[in-house]
Structures are given as structure tokens and as C-alpha cells.
Design a protein around this ligand. Structure first.
Ligand SMILES: [Fe+2]
Length: 489
């Protein structure tokens, strides 16, 4: 993998040492207002063939709680930007989860953060399900999700009003994890759920009409911490990585992460509507990955690409398991771009590094190609060692066919958000469209909404839409084009 261009303001990147504040101050300070803003000032030009909406979820604490605060603790808030024929409107609303409403009614926090003890008096909700992690569009509504799995929430895509806990015909109390995915070709919502009791994982499909089509148990050897799943045209890949809670500590009520370096990574490949006995398990090198970029079928093989951690090794080449578990806990970021191939005929896995030069994560593709071979992905470049204040440092476009990448960064004053690909009206190719990202510009002390031409990526933003309010950095985002918004799936 070769880099063609980078666009970094070198003096800004290297001439200042900044004492980074934690994840509740500065760029990360929560906002308190819910706003609807139009007639925004634009530097450059918003393309008229960019029509649809950008939705980004993220943590935004309403009430301060006793104890330590972790970035993952904040109450979910959706920030949305609606694009219509060159005009843009902005809107933000908290996700009114049931614990959020309990706290609003009480007028103060009722749950502490995930680094403090869970609530023993609330077995129904020992930790606050903030629904702050992910957002997709399914059956005419936004669906918000939490990385620890739990009830999902339905949100109106136009008003951002929370409609309530997501309930489906055949699955009224469905729990699912962040990174449950929508197949835009069929409207299926493919979900997974995981927990601390056997069988430890479930997988299933909700149709585009909101009815449960399929649900099976996926038996794991114990409680695990899967974060994502992969979807091809006909198969789903579920993850069992050897980074999970220390069993002795868990029995004593403590959550201590342990990397089991002698255990393989395991992947369950299951036909989309397959029964438990149709699951084929594949083993690979020990690893941990948060996010999949895409997966597809090639002959007898299922190909999955994503951004696993670079596992630390000592000078003799041995895995440093304790160091890795610690790195994960403190949000140390060091990632590879990686490919696994699962051969359905032989049962063998092959794997390779796609790129070990750039450190990138939060990979996005043209989502209408999910499950099919993609040439391009658009990732966020990450700063290694960003402990107190994780900075999404820039954007990088990979051309996986040519084996080249283009990166864009303006230096350490800029905090990007996950930047989904937004197709142009009547797209002529996979990368005919735009990338859209909320950006905290610390140089000007303002939030912006930046639009990039996905085919001329190294040229920087073609439009900077100046926001009068702050949009703190957050987690996952989705683009829904105007046709899908109208159609409902
Ligand atoms: Fe995630």
C-alpha cells in the first residue's frame, strides 16, 4: 500500500505540545441546547447533487454523576445535517432513552459511569443504556444502538423525536448490539446480541417491514466482547476474539480485560437465514478488531476486511498480552488494515496485512455495496497514543484495487467524525459522491460540517459549512440519501 498525497500543515502538527484535557472538556464538552438551524454560512460550495441526510450519534452527558467519567458514558445525542439542492439544515436532539427520561424526571444522575460499580438494585439496567454508539436507517426510522447491546431506540429521521424502544413484530423486546447492519438491497436489518449468560450470542434478521424473519443462538465458550459483524450477499460473519473479561475477576464481580494470546480468533460464518447447525467456525491469529469495512464472496471464499489492532510484541517477537489489554482499556490507538479469507470448502483461513503504514479506523464504504466487492474505503486516520482525548485526525481513502491511499489532515487542531460516503444523485461509479463529516476546528474554535469530493479526495473540503454551535466528537454515523428517506428502506 503506497501513499500518494498527504496534506498536513506540518508546523501546526509538530511545533506545539498540548496538554490534552479529558473527554468532557474542550472539543468534548457536552452541549446543552437542542437546535434547529438553517441559512448556514458556507465557505466553498455545497454540491446540488448531494441530497439526503447525515446522522451522527455520540455521547453528550446531560447530568454529571459521581465517580470517574469515561468517553463512552455520555447520553446519546443525534446530530443531523439535511442536504437539499445545495442548502443545508442542522438539527440535534438527545435520544430519550428510558434511563435518560428517568434522570430528567429526577433532575439528576441516577447511574454512574462504566468505570464505577453497576447498579445492584437495577438488574434490568445495571449500566445505563445510553444508545450513544451507532445509528442506521431501517423501516422508515432511525435505529440507535449501544455498544454493550441492549434495547434499541427508534428516532424519527426528520424531527429527531425519540419514538420509543424499538419493538418488532415477533421480537417486541429485541436486544441487539451496535453495528447491527442494514442491507440496502433488501432492507433487511441483520443484528447480533451478546451477553454474560449462555449461549452468549444471538444472531438474526428483521425484514424491511419490521417483522422478525430469523433468530438463532450462536454458542460461544463464554462471555465475549464482539463489537461488529460482517455481511455478504448470502452470509454473515460473527466475531469471537480472545480479548474478553478475566473469568476469575468476573466471578468476583469485577470487569478486568484479559488478552488470551494462546487462543485463536474465531469467526462464525453462517448463511443469512441459516440454522445453528449451518454455522462454520474458522480460526485465525489471536487479535481484536472493533470495525469491519466490508465483506464479500469470491468463489469458495468469504473475504472480510477491517481495522484490527496492531498487537504489541516484545523485541523477541512475543505478544505482550498484558500490555495489549491495558492499551485497549485506555483507548490507545494503533491499528492495521487487514484481510481475512475464509474458505468454505477447505475450512482454512488465510490472512494478510493490507496496510501497516497509516493508522486508521472507522472504515466506511459506499454502503449500497455492502456485502459485495468494493474497490474503495474511507477511513479515519487516528493518532497513536491519544489517551485522554482521542482525536480523529483526518480522512483517508483507500483504493484497494490499485493498492494506494490518499490522506487528508490539517494538523492537530482538527477533530473529524466518522465520514460516511454520500452518493451523488445518479452515481456513475462506486466513488461518485462525497464524504460528509462534522469537524471541530480548534484553530477557529468552531464546529464545521465539511464536504469532500470522494473522487478528488486530496484537494481538501469543497465546502465548509460553519456551525454557530458546537458538535462534540462522537462515534458512528450514517448517510441516508433522499430516495431512501422517501422510500423508507
Ligand atoms: Fe463501533
Amino acid at each position: 500500500m503506497t501513499t500518494i498525497t498527504t496534506n498536513m500543515n506540518m508546523s501546526d502538527a509538530f511545533d506545539r505540545i498540548v496538554d490534552l484535557p479529558p473527554v468532557i472538556t474542550g472539543a468534548f464538552e457536552p452541549v446543552i441546547e437542542e437546535l434547529d438551524i438553517s441559512n448556514l454560512e458556507v465557505i466553498g460550495k455545497v454540491p446540488e447533487d448531494l441530497n439526503g441526510a447525515y446522522f451522527r450519534n455520540g455521547p453528550n452527558r446531560k447530568f454529571a454523576a459521581e465517580g470517574r467519567y469515561h468517553w463512552y458514558d455520555g447520553d446519546g445525542m443525534i446530530h443531523a445535517a439535511y442536504f437539499e439542492k445545495g442548502k443545508v439544515r442542522y438539527k440535534n436532539r438527545w435520544i430519550q432513552t428510558s434511563p435518560f427520561k428517568e434522570e430528567v424526571n429526577a433532575g439528576h444522575a441516577l447511574w454512574q459511569g462504566l468505570q464505577e460499580a453497576p447498579r445492584a438494585d437495577r438488574p434490568d439496567m445495571p449500566l445505563k443504556n445510553t444508545s450513544n454508539t451507532d445509528v442506521v436507517f431501517h423501516n422508515g426510522k432511525l435505529l440507535t444502538m449501544w455498544y454493550l447491546a441492549g434495547g434499541m431506540y427508534h428516532v424519527d429521521p426528520f424531527t429527531l423525536e425519540t419514538l420509543g424502544t424499538a419493538s418488532f413484530e415477533g421480537a417486541p423486546d429485541l436486544h441487539a448490539s451496535a453495528h447491527s447492519k442494514v442491507d440496502e438491497r433488501t432492507g433487511d436489518l441483520l443484528f447480533f446480541d451478546y451477553g454474560k449468560t449462555a449461549p452468549y450470542m444471538h444472531y438474526g434478521v428483521i425484514g424491511r417491514d419490521g417483522k422478525l424473519k430469523h433468530k438463532i443462538p450462536v454458542e460461544l465458550p463464554g462471555p465475549r466482547l464482539p463489537h461488529d459483524m460482517a455481511v455478504t450477499e448470502n452470509f454473515t460473519v460473527l466475531h469471537d476474539f480472545p480479548l474478553f473479561y478475566d473469568q476469575d475477576a468476573l466471578a468476583a464481580g469485577r470487569h478486568k480485560l484479559k488478552f488470551h494470546a494462546q487462543m485463536p480468533s474465531r469467526f462464525a460464518v453462517v448463511p443469512r437465514y441459516g440454522k445453528p447447525e449451518a454455522i462454520k467456525w474458522f480460526e485465525a491469529k489471536p487479535n481484536y478488531m472493533l470495525h469491519v469495512a466490508n465483506a464479500w464472496e469470491e468463489g469458495d471464499e468469504i473475504v472480510m476486511i477491517g481495522t484490527p489492532f496492531r498487537i504489541p510484541r516484545d523485541l523477541a517477537g512475543n505478544i505482550e498480552a498484558e500490555k495489549f489489554a491495558k492499551m485497549w482499556s485506555i483507548m490507545y490507538r494503533d491499528f492495521l488494515y487487514y484481510e481475512w479469507r475464509f474458505n468454505l470448502s477447505t475450512g482454512k483461513t488465510t490472512e494478510r496485512i493490507v496496510d501497516d503504514v497509516f493508522c486508521s479506523e472507522f472504515p466506511m464504504i459506499n454502503s449500497s455495496y455492502m456485502g459485495f466487492k468494493t474497490r474503495y474505503s474511507y477511513n479515519i486516520t487516528m493518532v497513536r497514543e491519544s489517551y485522554k482525548q482521542p482525536r480523529f485526525a483526518g480522512l483517508i481513502k483507500y483504493d484497494l484495487q490499485k493498492g494506494v491511499a490518499q490522506a487528508w489532515s490539517e494538523g492537530r487542531d482538527f477533530f473529524y467524525s466518522e465520514a460516511p460516503f454520500a452518493p451523488a444523485d445518479n452515481p456513475q461509479s462506486e466513488d461518485h459522491g462525497y464524504l460528509v463529516s462534522f469537524v471541530w476546528n480548534a484553530r477557529e474554535k468552531r464546529s464545521e460540517l465539511q464536504v469532500f469530493d470522494a473522487r478528488n479526495f486530496g484537494g481538501g473540503p469543497m465546502a465548509q459549512i460553519i456551525l454557530p454551535n458546537k458538535v462534540p466528537p462522537g462515534f458512528h454515523a450514517t448517510w441516508v440519501n433522499s430516495d431512501r428517506l422517501k422510500r423508507g428502506w
